[in-house]
Write a protein that binds this ligand. Structure first.
Ligand code: FPP
Length: 229
């Protein structure tokens, strides 16, 4: 969800205004994805590196997240959406974590859509954490080193049990993945748009989905093996 800061700067507004308007795009996109019956949506809201931003901005983002959780909780619950934060959420302030825990618990039985929100997230740290969990299982004697395979890694990620993403959308014009879902993106289609996140609304989402539909996905095979035409 890149480009909030630039959106604000171009309008001569404080950066936080861009994040505020970006939170509205979050609501629009979550609602649209639910209407489209998209079963999993992951939003990159705050990276581990983002802790290094000026304190005012970090505090403002925590405040916006808590406003979003309070405001949208009922909508998430009414629409069968399960909230699943991914990342080192223990690093978030206690008052944000308290709210998160409340929504996680209340939405735990929803299964129409999983909304992963990446918070204090780093793809590299997620992989290091998976390695730690696997090592512990080996030292307990629950796993043999020879059994460490693709599935063992998958099972120890924050996204365990979920399919890999089909599509990654990055707004704001940069063409990089910035430490996001490094393992899970192996065969994900990448879509980059110059549209800044606060301007990313339904029309932009549909455009990205149209482009995705036109992609030829082969997963390392040849076309005739993956197409049934
Ligand atoms: C990147 O834009 C965006 C962020 C670091 C924060 C994203 C946060 C929100 C969309 C609002 C709150 C989130 C939720 C889930 C309610 P940037 O600041 O790096 O933009 P720039 O590249 O233009 O400076």
């Amino acid at each position: 969800m890149d480009g909030n800061g630039r959106w604000a700067e171009r309008k001569g507004l404080p950066r936080l205004e861009g994040h505020r308007r970006g939170a509205r795009s979050v609501d629009v996109v979550v609602t649209a994805c639910r209407e489209l019956n998209i079963p999993h949506l992951t939003l990159y809201a705050f990276s581990s590196e983002n802790w290094g931003r000026p304190k005012d901005e970090v505090d403002g983002l925590m405040e916006l997240l808590s406003i979003y959780l309070r405001k949208e909780k009922k909508k998430l619950l009414d629409n069968g959406i399960r909230l699943n934060p991914i990342g080192e959420i223990e690093r978030l302030p206690d008052w944000v974590n308290g709210l998160l825990e409340e929504v996680i618990e209340d939405s735990a039985h929803n299964n129409d859509m999983v909304l992963n929100i990446a918070l204090s997230y780093s793809g590299r740290e997620e992989l290091a954490r998976a390695a730690r969990l696997i090592c512990r299982a080996v030292s307990r004697g629950d796993l043999e080193p020879e059994e460490i395979d693709f599935n063992a890694l998958n099972d120890n990620l924050y996204t365990s049990g979920q399919p890999d993403p089909d599509l990654l959308i990055r707004t704001g014009g940069e063409q990089r993945v910035s430490n996001f879902l490094l393992w899970q993106l192996a065969y994900t289609e990448l879509y980059f748009t110059k549209t800044l996140w606060p301007d990313f609304r339904k029309k932009e989402l549909f455009r990205a989905l149209d482009v995705f539909e036109s992609r030829d996905r082969r997963f390392g095979l040849v076309g005739t093996q993956v197409r049934n035409d």
